[in-house]
Ligand binder design. Sequence first.
Ligand code: PR8
Length: 455
Amino acid sequence: MEFSEWYSEILEKAGIYDVRYPIKGCGIYLPYGFKIRKYTFEIIRNLLDKSGHEEVLFPLLIPENLLAKEGEHIKGFEDEVYWVTHGGKNPLDVKLALRPTSETAIYYMMKLWVKVHTDLPIKIYQIVNTFRYETKHTRPLIRLREIMTFKEAHTAHSTKEEAENQIKEAISIYKKFFDTLGIPYLISKRPEWDKFPGAEYTVAFDTIFPDGRAMQIATVHNLGQNFSRTFEIIFETPTGDKDYAYQTCYGISDRVIASIIAIHGDEKGLILPPIVAPIQIVIVPLIFKEQKDLVLNKAEEIYKRLKDKYRVYIDNRDIRPGRKFNDWEIKGVPLRIEIGPKDIENKKITLFRRDTMEKFQVDESQLENVIEKTLNNIMENIKNISWKKFENFITIMDSLDINKIKEILSQRKGIILIPFNEEIYNEKLEEKVEATILGETEYKGNKYIAIAKTY
Ligand code: PR8
């Protein structure tokens, strides 16, 4: 089955996201999808909180004069901004933008907060919805017009070096985040023509979807003093001079959820990393008439043993076990416990793991140990598999061969790495290879230009 068809089907069948809302690029997180989102963004929240970031919440509306203040920035976004022009029937004096991102809102306030070097650094983030009138083909959770889960971090520092270190910290936070989810990535410095509007440079994380196309899943921007000059974020240095703050920002979005689905899933449905699975263990009682109570009591007993440590659910529906198995396989529940009269008699429990589709028995007394080990093992396994697939999608070439690049990109796609060479590193190369230059990257110790078909 073609990837995009599989993807649409799984969003619906697993109860993740409903695309039928009557606005293009907007959809609904259903309860199961919402929970995946919640656990996923809890991971990034923890990573940010632990590294000295503080969560804030800014207004959705940005007055036109603020949004337009930084020239490059507005140039980059003007075609994508939604405008609020009226309050009821009255035209507004100042048009209000639905934030496409929040630099201008946040930096307006930073000016008021920063006076001396001791007010710095500031490291804040918010997880909010943003709006971009995307003209490219919209796709659920991938290219949204209402980006429902936009995690944006913004920092300000008193030296250039500190801002540079902040970029390194942001990259290491995102690495940990994607490693925790088993999502493989290539990190590259975006070319000049593709950097974030208003940034000095942009570093991006790209993964590869099963159809071989690259997907930008995170970006880290060094803003230098561009915005601080425009917004007059000025502080007094230790020697009594004045300087503009050095700034960075970095963001991820719902694309992370799309990646979890796309990268780990298989033809049967989702395979969720246990850490974000809304249900980590499903208990399916195998009910036969005479022994119904015995089986249900046992299921309840096992549930009680596990519920404080795991997200466990007993599926008591009055339908055939086969259908239940199928439902939970589509939903990617990592571990299933089957409880039947024979097992109870033998003091055994039957486990099934979604990633390998293996069924095996354990002694009842060993249940907790085995579950802990198995869940860890599932995570390791899906991570290894996804990195292997990713690496199979990487083609290293020892020189620039336009025809060969085109051929690979039209067939198996993936990311092509060609040796870095300043002379060929320009927008013309994109036209020649009819693909996107992701940027300069280091791969296994060498410097390359990364090229791919992108989303
Ligand atoms: C910034 N400012 O805005 P960025 N649908 C889904 N995800 C998207 C979309 C979309 N239409 N557009 C972008 N993303 C900076 C950093 C605050 C935070 C995702 O950067 O424009 C992409 O994964 O690069 C992108 O890397 C991330 O949001 C941040 O957006």
